[in-house]
Design a protein around this ligand. Structure first.
Ligand code: FRU
Length: 501
């Protein structure tokens, strides 16, 4: 009897030590865990929120549920970085309160103390989502609140007279993105309201006045609920200053589910006027809720998107955490003919975490190589008039992610990429990106365990996708029906950004 008791006690003791010391799983090393993209250490994450730069530090807040890996009462979690790659977690910034859950929004630095909380206060403007009201069938569910921090985002105080912008009975009334408009000396808020954007202005972030609404003429597309807008001015490569309005759409993006489109136009302090047809920022299925940082030096526009899709975000096969952010991308406006388009360039600091494993000036196709593709950047140029290219990324289990350039479009196919059965829509279709007659000159592929970001022509075209192979991809093959070569093929290994944690 004593013998069995001793064995039992020893077992309980060992199990406790094992559990407490976290031996069960090394942090940030689980299957599918991205190694150079931002992920929360554990639990559910969706949209990036309140991204702001202050005194050498980039602050990333994000939609977070600390008690599970599905979408439930939303908080703003907080991480900081000096290079946009290595992130340090800080305490949760904003918790739900009696007015509601804390949905998406933005942060500004109140340099002139317009709100009276203190000069240089970091002020968060966010949506309260009241689930109780929502369940009662009343549409008056969402309003906007503010909170401030006087210690660079470490501790937060919610404004005691919240909400600062009350709902007028519209069910979806959310995701305030705020910026200081120099020439009218006012704060401007873009807000997603049903199937349009509403603009409000304020002198002090506390009292808001309706200015105008934006819904393009003949915008016949049914694009679900509009979400997470972002309006900013940006200098184009020809020296002109234009305004860009980014809008995220919950459904019916070109390849299904959620996606991000943008308009280029003018803004006079009251009204945004589009001056050209809408464009999509990314044609993959895993690029959503993208918005830019505020207060970045030299007025750089740096965007981060949530790398998932509402069609299956709550089902993807990870257990400790759910979902990742895209790499931060600098947006660059270029004029081509009469048209303006945004190029997306991975932030410069990225080159500090890459090391070359293969580099060749001229490569004959077909080309095939066994190489670790789990954390890898691959880039190459294509010869003039190359109209077909097939890139296969695969492993020894025969799992395969396929990229094809042909018939003036780029397609990606993840039907055999690994685990796909967690959702009916995840791999039901080939994904297509029209190239609008553009000649393709270069490819950049960024692969990180369970994701790929594909950028063509220096970021003019972008496609972001997830995949879940049972073992890491380890073979790349590139071929073409044209009798062409590829140039400057570079394969770089990318270091993990979590090693220091
Ligand atoms: C976009 C979104 C936002 C909302 C948040 C809730 O993904 O639906 O509109 O504020 O997520 O978590």
């Amino acid at each position: 009897m004593i013998f069995f008791k001793t064995i039992k006690n020893t077992f309980v003791l060992l199990a406790t030590i094992f559990f407490c010391c976290g031996y069960s799983q090394e942090k940030y090393k689980e299957q599918f865990r991205p190694q150079f993209h931002f992920t929360p250490e554990s639990k559910w994450m969706n949209d990036p929120n309140g991204m702001v730069y202050l005194n050498g530090t980039y602050h990333l807040f994000y939609q977070y549920y600390p008690d599970g890996i599905v979408w439930e009462p939303m908080h703003w979690a907080h991480s900081v970085s000096t290079d946009l790659l290595h992130w340090k977690p800080l305490p949760i910034a904003l918790y739900p309160d009696k007015l509601g859950w804390i949905f998406s929004g933005s942060c500004v630095i109140d340099k002139e103390n317009t709100a009276g909380f203190g000069a240089n206060a970091m002020i968060a403007i966010f949506t309260y989502h009241n689930d109780e009201i929502s369940k009662s069938g009343n549409k008056n569910t969402e309003s906007q609140g503010i909170a401030y921090s006087l210690d660079e985002g470490l501790t937060w105080t919610k404004y005691d007279a919240n909400p600062v912008l009350n709902n007028s009975g519209e069910q979806d009334f959310r995701d305030p993105k705020v910026f200081w408009h120099e020439s009218t000396s006012k704060w401007i808020m873009t807000l997603a309201v049903g199937d349009r954007i509403k603009l409000f202005s304020s002198k002090n972030l506390k009292k808001w006045q309706f200015e105008s609404e934006f819904k393009p003429d003949n915008d016949t597309k049914e694009l679900g609920v509009w979400e997470c807008p972002d309006l900013f001015s940006i200098k184009s490569n020809n020296g002109e200053t234009k305004w860009v309005l980014i809008i995220n759409h919950g459904e019916k993006a070109p390849n299904g589910g959620s996606g991000t489109r943008y308009f280029v136009g003018n803004f006079d302090g009251k009204t945004f006027q589009e001056t050209q047809k809408d464009l999509w920022l990314d044609y993959g299925t895993d690029f959503y809720a993208g918005v830019t940082f505020s207060n970045v030096p030299n007025d750089k526009k740096i965007l981060i998107s949530w790398m998932s899709n509402w069609q299956y975000a709550t089902k993807v096969p990870t257990e400790v955490w759910r979902s990742a952010m895209t790499l931060p991308r600098e947006l660059i406006l270029k004029k081509q003919g009469f048209y303006y388009a945004l190029d997306q360039k991975i932030v410069d600091t990225f080159s500090t975490i890459t090391t070359s494993t293969f580099n060749k000036k001229t490569v004959e196709m077909p080309f095939s190589k066994e190489v670790d593709l789990s954390q890898t950047e691959i880039s190459f140029d294509v010869e003039k008039n190359t109209s077909t290219i097939t890139i296969e990324l695969s492993n020894k289990k025969g799992e395969l992610f396929l990229i094809e350039l042909s018939n003036g479009q780029l397609t990606t196919n993840r039907m055999k990429s690994g685990k796909i059965d967690f959702s009916e829509t995840f791999a039901s279709k080939v994904q297509k990106m029209p190239l609008s007659g553009a000649k393709i000159t270069s490819f950049q592929l960024l692969m990180d365990k369970s994701s790929i970001e594909i950028l063509l022509n220096d970021g003019r075209f972008s496609m972001t996708n997830l995949f879940f192979p049972k073992e890491d991809y380890s073979i790349i093959s590139i071929k073409s029906k044209d009798k062409k070569k590829i140039k400057n093929l570079k394969i770089n290994a990318v270091k993990s950004v979590w090693n220091k944690n």
